[in-house]
Design a binder for this molecule. Structure first.
Ligand code: 5CA
Length: 445
């Protein structure tokens, strides 16, 4: 992509309304623009990152055996009246009337809708277990939308719903999602800690919040400091095997959100306890037959007896993650994208468009990286060199090749790694190769 033909409306000034770094940087990098309180336009760069996150989430859901569907954003009120949540959900639910005066709503979550799909089609235990998910916009009329897309009113969520014949089979489904979340967040360059949490309006008696640590997080969290050394490799996971040992390993260390914290019975001595703030990027729930009983989602078991199915639901805040990753990975110059979600793999910065040597070498490098299958940005804009370099540091593409007239006299360009700031002068060929080598290494931050 040539910057001169693209749309990245960066801002020089720091927007006053933005209180946290990810919101400031997203506005300054031209990723989003507010439409109304808690509702945002996604501009090209923001959309690209969100789509990459969405794709990683999708791949990991599929790998864990969940099956993608797409439910509508607008749901009929009747389903929520059946479950009893139509009144309970209160002012957070955006209620709409259609032209026939029918009560509709913009879905804040989809337990009822998915249970309706299930009860219409599944009648026997033989079809179980089943896990269906979608990635769809939600609306919650939050009292205090804030921090940009981190607590929006409209936001993109991946929500999966599992159906199983009994509590034991449901736990197996819960464990698959638990483990897939660890792998998903790792691919996004994040350490997300599963914490015991309250279930809120979704309900149920077992739940874990997946929290990334950041000073600007909304909730206070308490966890054992050894947590930071825990990590799971994809190679360790076999979704057909018993995942309980992995879940046990990742729940044996103390980690709770503030609603569950009680200083009096905290088992971790003060010197080993981290009290910090966190951002909830995912939340998983097991709630048995809370929805299947009122909505009549039952199947015949092996003996022919009708049983209400045991359900769980599993959310990931896809749009929130864009901000969450920035909170976890930035410096005073701007964003530092992990390679897995970077809006472009690399940028070729031509400091002096119009200079024949700079144009020729920039174009060659751009074409070489494109031909190797990479998504590359060519900065061919006519801003001053200083403004260009600042803007590219701000938007945080992992690798830069900088081509300027001074270097061109000696046949050299600069290869720079955004994360470390390391830069080296070298021939254009060597710089092209350096980018290819780094991209092949799949560095994650
Ligand atoms: N039905 C369940 C699981 S599918 C559910 O709705 N869970 S939730 O309420 O915890 O939301 C799932 C995830 O969506 C949260 O972990 C969070 O990452 C994200 N999320 C929730 N509210 C917002 C919001 N207002 N803005 C951005 N992301 C949000």
């Amino acid at each position: 992509m040539r910057l001169s033909q693209y749309f990245i409306p960066t801002l020089r000034e720091t927007p006053k309304e933005a209180q946290i770094v990810s919101h400031r940087l997203m506005l300054r990098a031209g990723m989003i623009q507010q439409s109304s309180a808690g509702i945002y336009n996604w501009l090209p760069l923001g959309l690209k990152v969100m789509r990459k996150i969405e794709q990683i989430v999708r791949e990991e859901q599929n790998r864990a055996g969940a099956i993608e569907v797409l439910m509508p954003t607008i749901q009929p009120a009747e389903l929520w009246q059946e479950s009893g949540r139509y009144d309970d959900y209160g002012l957070e639910m955006l209620r709409i009337k259609d032209r026939h005066d029918r009560d509709m709503l913009f879905g804040p979550t989809n337990e009822e809708q998915i249970t309706d799909i299930f009860r219409s089609h599944v009648k026997s235990y033989r079809a179980l277990p089943l896990n269906l998910y979608h990635i769809q916009w939600k609306f919650r009329d939050e009292v205090r939308p804030r921090f940009g897309i981190m607590r929006g009113r409209e936001f993109l969520m991946k929500d999966a719903y599992s159906f199983a014949i009994d509590a034991e089979a449901a736990r197996i489904e819960y464990n698959k999602m638990f483990v897939s979340y660890l792998l998903t967040f790792k691919r996004l360059g994040l350490t997300a800690i599963p914490m015991e949490a309250d279930t809120g309006p979704i309900g149920g008696d077992m739940s874990h919040e997946f929290v990334i640590l950041a000073d600007t997080g909304e909730s206070e969290v308490y966890c054992h400091k050894d947590w930071m050394n825990y990590s799971l490799d994809a190679g360790e996971v076999d979704y057909n095997a018993d995942l309980q040992p992995i879940v046990d390993r990742f729940t044996e260390l103390y980690a709770v959100t503030d609603e569950k914290y009680d200083a009096a019975d905290c088992p971790v001595p003060a010197e080993n306890l981290m009290t910090t703030r966190g951002i909830e990027v995912g939340h998983i729930f097991y709630f048995g037959s809370k929805y299947s009983t009122p909505l009549g989602a039952s199947v015949a078991d092996e003996t022919g007896k009708q049983c209400d199915v045991h359900m769980g639901s599993y959310g990931i805040g896809v749009s929130r993650l864009v901000g969450g990753i920035i909170e976890a990975s930035h410096d005073d110059k701007g964003i530092i994208w992990p390679q897995s979600v970077a809006p472009f793999d690399a940028v070729v910065i031509n400091l002096k468009p119009g200079n024949a040597d700079c144009d020729k070498v920039s174009e060659q490098l751009y074409q070489q990286l494109l031909a190797a299958g990479h998504d590359v940005l060519l900065d061919d804009s006519t801003d001053s060199p200083g403004a260009k370099l600042n803007a590219m540091d701000l938007i945080g593409i992992p690798y830069q090749i900088v081509i300027g007239p001074r270097g061109m006299k000696d046949g050299i360009v600069e290869f720079k790694i955004r994360k470390t700031g390391d830069s080296q002068e070298m021939s254009p060929d060597a710089a092209g190769q350096a980018v290819l080598d780094h991209l092949a290494g799949q560095d994650t931050i």
